[in-house]
Design a protein around this ligand. Structure first.
Ligand code: SF4
Length: 239
């Protein structure tokens, strides 16, 4: 089994020309390889909705974890409920940070996301994901190459230096249009804010409608030199 500790260049070829551009084949390989030793960390953004549907076809009882910062939009929580109803066998968990928002305010002051969003993301996302991944060998992410310059070299299978796991990204070749075509074709539930100018949705204080629709993440952390929440920055990419 390929793990972070035994990492070697994966000698695997997936059919990028298949109906799902390799995604279903990658998921079949991932779940047959890692079985219970893999988790999907899902933000419930539109790519996440596609991945959940694909995962449900491969492993109907898969474990899916949402990093519940306590600062998400009501619409996001509404969507999670709809997804739970549609896929009752999936094991969907809401992972909370060690400290509450009240404790964060006492320790670091009010609205840490304005003063130091990197620290806020570290406390409310990075540490909870590290705890989630601690017992497993691999995790799944919905990154797509066209999303941003920071994601354009991501591969199906990546050595994740940050969390010291194998990171699997089945949707790397999907375009924005293909994601939506799949959602409409299968009548999938999604966060309704996507219809109101929010192509990328994170925590409420750090998410606005996109400023530039050519940059789908341009509504995230507006006014800060920040492009990622810290979950994907150190993925070592191999070709
Ligand atoms: S996205 Fe914003 S509110 Fe959410 S954890 Fe990061 S800094 Fe905090």
């Amino acid at each position: 089994m390929l793990t972070y500790e035994t990492w070697a260049e994966p000698d695997l070829v997936f059919d990028e020309t298949s109906d799902t551009k390799g995604a279903l084949e990658v998921l079949e390989w991932a779940y047959s390889t890692y079985k219970d030793d893999i988790v999907y960390s899902c933000s419930f953004g539109i790519e996440g909705i596609v991945l959940i549907d694909l995962i449900s076809k491969v492993n109907p009882t898969a474990r899916i974890v949402f990093l519940d910062t306590g600062l998400h939009f009501k619409e996001t929580y509404d969507c999670i409920e709809k997804v739970k109803n549609r896929y009752p066998d999936l094991n969907i968990e809401l992972k909370k940070p060690e400290i509450t928002l009240e404790e964060q305010k006492e320790q670091y002051g009010d609205k840490l996301w304005e003063k130091d969003p990197n620290l806020c993301c570290h406390i409310r996302k990075v540490v909870p994901l590290r705890e989630t991944l601690e017992p497993v060998k691999a995790w799944i992410s919905g990154l797509r190459r066209e999303q941003s310059p920071t994601r354009k070299h991501v591969n199906y299978i990546n050595k994740d230096e940050k969390f010291q796991k194998v990171k699997i990204c089945p949707l790397i070749h999907w375009t924005w249009k293909e994601v939506w075509r799949y959602v409409y074709k299968h009548d999938l539930p999604y966060i309704v804010l996507h219809d109101q100018g929010y192509p990328s949705i994170g925590c409420q204080p750090c998410t606005q409608p996109a400023i530039n629709m050519d940059d789908l993440r341009s509504g995230r952390w507006v006014g800060h030199q920040k492009l990622e929440c810290g979950l994907h920055e150190s993925t070592s990419v191999t070709k």
